[in-house]
Ligand binder design. Structure first.
Ligand SMILES: NC(=O)c1ccc[n+]([C@@H]2O[C@H](COP(=O)([O-])OP(=O)(O)OC[C@H]3O[C@@H](n4cnc5c(N)ncnc54)[C@H](OP(=O)(O)O)[C@@H]3O)[C@@H](O)[C@H]2O)c1
Length: 378
């Protein structure tokens, strides 16, 4: 296992951090976590050198922290940093924040959290956390020793990331980042900004939730043609760790084989080790993925609101993702959300208001029909 610097904090953490958001149930489709298996996975990772464990109050129907707490008995707690999070949805005042943190400490069977994060914030959630006094609460808890570092995880556009990271003296940030998300969310700009501020960056969704593990044919052909043979997973993690700003890459693993594979991979990584040809390969891989896009919608939302309630950019994004990553339509989570909210393309009456507004002049009506045919197979 390689260990990496945590920016200004003066500590080192394992390059591979275990994410505890994706443990399965005993049988496929189960929502109840297979506790013994999950404990085995966590301990295997720690025995292999992982010293950063990421969980959250809300993961796995609020059972993740409990399982992590059980896994960290028998001397494992002392070997790791625990990261967990405060969800905006569950707290409305200081009293509730204090009660939630105490509940987390109890579930995790510890007297302190190492990295405590405001969970999944964007501009609105940051404003909300400020309005209920969360920054003061985090400062006080740090002083009392209940948390060591005050941090946030982020999902939103770069502009919001820049505003939030500059708004307070954060100790660490967690962002979604991988070679397909260089211009998405905080993106490369956000990573580099954090680096300039000396704030360590923890990465989530390094494999896009596993989507980058199974390369479609045109992408696999590029990997196969490269003189050095590495799996898509190894390329994705190697590329992330090539960035010196990255402190730890989280990955949620469900099988011992995945843990062992990642332990092996994260023993080979280091900042700035990828030569020109390797970086070019990743550029080519990104282009090969993007060539699978179905429609060049930029998500500008000029077409919205649709008078009939069709979520046009949402549908095109789900359609592109399904094609890019060769997703089984039954597992297209983004489309599932649109179905739940009743925003699908079958509501289109071809009024044409969207096409008149689209700055890209996209053939929206016909594309919605094609998208519905592809997405609706699930
Ligand atoms: N704070 C937030 O807002 C937030 C949001 C998202 C995630 N997170 C945290 O970040 C962690 C990491 O994100 P993530 O779980 O999405 O990470 P990820 O690495 O992008 O995806 C994990 C998935 O990748 C696959 N995988 C991992 N290692 C593999 C290997 N060696 N070979 C083949 N497949 C492999 C597995 O998919 P299969 O199970 O399909 O095989 C696994 O479930 C989460 O667990 C969570 O702790 C936080």
């Amino acid at each position: 296992m390689k260990y990496r610097k945590f920016g200004k904090l003066g500590i080192e953490g394992s390059a591979f951090g275990l994410g505890c958001m994706r443990f399965n149930g005993p049988a496929s489709g189960d929502t109840i976590i297979d506790e013994q298996k999950a404990i085995g996975l966590i301990r295997r990772a720690i025995d292999g050198g992982v010293n950063y464990i990421d969980t959250a109050y809300v993961y796995l129907d609020r059972t993740s922290e409990t399982v992590v707490g059980k896994a960290l008995r028998d001397g494992y707690r002392e070997k790791v940093n625990i990261a967990t999070k405060m969800p905006a949805e569950y707290v409305h005042n200081r009293q509730e924040m204090a009660a939630l943190l105490d509940e987390e400490l109890k579930k995790l069977q510890t007297d302190h959290i190492d990295f405590y994060l405001m969970h999944g914030i964007n501009r609105e959630k940051w404003e909300y956390f400020k309005s209920i006094g969360a920054p003061q609460f985090f400062d006080d808890m740090k002083r009392e020793g209940k948390i060591r570092y005050k941090c946030f995880s982020f999902h939103g556009p770069y502009e919001a990331f820049e505003a939030i990271i500059n708004a307070w003296d954060w100790d660490m940030v967690q962002i979604q980042y991988n070679f397909m998300d260089v211009d998405n969310q905080a993106g490369t700009k956000g990573l580099e900004l954090a680096g300039r501020l000396g704030i360590p960056v923890v990465i989530m969704e390094g494999l896009l939730g596993g989507q980058l593990a199974n390369a479609p044919e045109n992408v696999q052909a590029l990997y196969d043609a490269f003189p050095v043979k590495r799996s898509p997973v190894e390329w994705a993690f190697r590329w992330l760790c090539n960035h010196p700003e990255v402190a730890t890459v989280l990955s949620g693993c469900n099988e011992i084989e995945q843990i062992d594979d990642n332990l092996r991979i994260f023993d080979t990584v280091a900042p700035n080790i990828m030569a020109g040809e390797e970086l070019k390969l990743i550029e080519d891989v990104r282009a090969a993925y993007l060539s699978r896009r179905k429609i060049g919608c930029t998500g500008c939302r000029y077409c919205m609101p649709c008078p009939n309630g069709v979520n046009i950019p949402g549908i095109f994004s789900a359609w592109n993702k399904q094609s890019l990553y060769n997703l089984d339509p039954r597992h297209n989570w983004d489309y599932g959300q649109l179905v739940q909210r009743g925003e699908t393309a079958d509501r289109c009456v071809a009024c044409g208001a969207c096409e008149a507004a689209c700055p890209q002049h996209l053939p929206i009506i016909d594309s919605l029909k094609a998208a519905q045919a592809a997405l609706g197979q699930g």
